[in-house]
Design a protein around this ligand. Structure first.
Ligand SMILES: Nc1nc2c(ncn2[C@@H]2O[C@H](COP(=O)(O)OP(=O)(O)OP(=O)(O)O)[C@@H](O)[C@H]2O)c(=O)[nH]1
Length: 337
């Protein structure tokens, strides 16, 4: 399993999306205010038609800012926004020449916040191509190529910032979401992980299974050999679970001596083989610390996700199977029907 990478898309911890939302609100209202200011200037200088058009665009920006103050606007709205800003700047370049160039830089910077990674590269190339075409038409070649290169530098710096931000977010999530003893994902992220796995399975129309694993009579392990020995057993158990699972399975420490393993693209039948392998690796190899070697066992409850099921019901099914395994004598796996 990958303790962090499987989890990094978790909505609860997407700093970048949160940052984007704040930035977009500022962009919509900020652009609205700047365009309204330009409209007033146009009115004062007697260009009534331009003033009326600019006021309409400014109102449009305020409206979008208001409607999407709590969520990111759809990509097509942002595309319209960037196209209208691009057109305004291109028109102002035609009338004001080099003065219009100064507006191109903030617009290029906005694109970094407006679009998802998937279409960002396409949009920034499109806007850059539009600006470059206008610059070469309006400015002497000597100015034009310098401006075009400086815009490329801005795009490069922005891209480096994006890459750094996304790596920082991964590290932050790792620090916040990883259980320090076992290296598994903390229980706070359990419901997120379960729901995410369920949605992915629904989208891909693939099976997904969930194993709930609990150490047997762990209180007596602690009582007989000490809490520190118990800690070592938990640490080693997590290692054994990871060694029996795949990189894209998710292992969560769901409570003191209990783990949840989510296995994407795995039917109940296949997951039962994996679960039995995990239980074997725990029971067959004594846990040793210094001269002490103690055999410990665990019980498991397994449930395959049934399409349409609520995530809580899915967890509940695995939990009931685990309860059965415990009540039938422990050290065994039970599969929910
Ligand atoms: N060493 C250690 N023990 C822990 C930790 N967290 C919880 N525990 C212990 O794990 C034990 C969990 O006990 P339970 O799961 O309730 O019961 P059990 O004794 O394992 O018995 P069954 O689950 O019925 O087989 C408790 O004694 C907790 O004190 C931890 O981080 N380290």
């Amino acid at each position: 399993m990958t303790p962090v990478s499987t989890a990094q898309s978790s909505a609860t911890f997407d700093l970048w999306q949160h940052f984007r939302l704040l930035a977009m609100r500022t962009i919509y209202f900020g652009s609205g205010i700047v365009i309204a200011g330009t409209a007033i200037y146009s009115a004062v200088t007697g260009s009534w038609a331009a003033a009326a058009a600019l006021i309409c665009v400014a109102l449009g920006f305020f409206l979008i800012g208001y409607l999407y103050r709590n969520e990111l606007a759809p990509q097509w709205i942002n595309f319209l926004v960037i196209c209208s800003l691009g057109t305004l700047v291109s028109v102002s370049m035609k009338s004001a020449g080099i003065l219009g160039v100064y507006w191109m830089y903030p617009i290029l910077a906005m694109v970094f916040f407006m679009f998802d990674k998937t279409i960002f590269v396409l949009v920034i190339m499109l806007i850059y191509a539009l600006f470059a075409a206008v610059i070469y038409q309006v400015l002497p070649f000597d100015y034009a190529w310098r401006v075009a290169v400086s815009m490329l530098v801005l795009i490069g710096v922005g891209a480096a910032f994006l890459i750094m931000m996304s790596s920082m977010q991964r590290k932050l999530f790792a620090a916040a979401a990883t259980d320090s003893l076992t290296g598994c994902i903390k229980r706070e992220y359990l419901s997120d992980m379960v729901q995410q796995a369920m949605h992915k399975a629904d989208r891909a129309k693939q099976p997904v299974s969930l194993l709930q694993l609990d150490m047997d009579s762990f209180q007596s392990v602690n009582d007989r050999y000490g809490y520190l020995f118990g800690d070592k057993v938990l640490e080693e158990t997590a290692r054994r679970i990871r060694s029996a699972t795949r990189t894209y399975d998710t292992v969560i420490r769901s409570s003191g001596a209990e783990f949840v393993v989510i296995m994407p693209n795995t039917s109940g039948q296949q997951a039962a083989d994996v679960a039995n392998e995990i239980l074997d690796r725990i029971r067959n190899d004594p846990f040793s610390v210094k001269s002490l070697a103690v055999t410990v066992t665990a019980s498991g409850g397994l449930a395959e996700y049934k399409p349409g099921q609520h995530w809580g019901e899915w967890l509940e099914a695995a939990d009931s199977a685990l309860y059965q395994a415990k009540s039938q004598g422990r050290n065994r796996l039970k599969v929910a029907q």
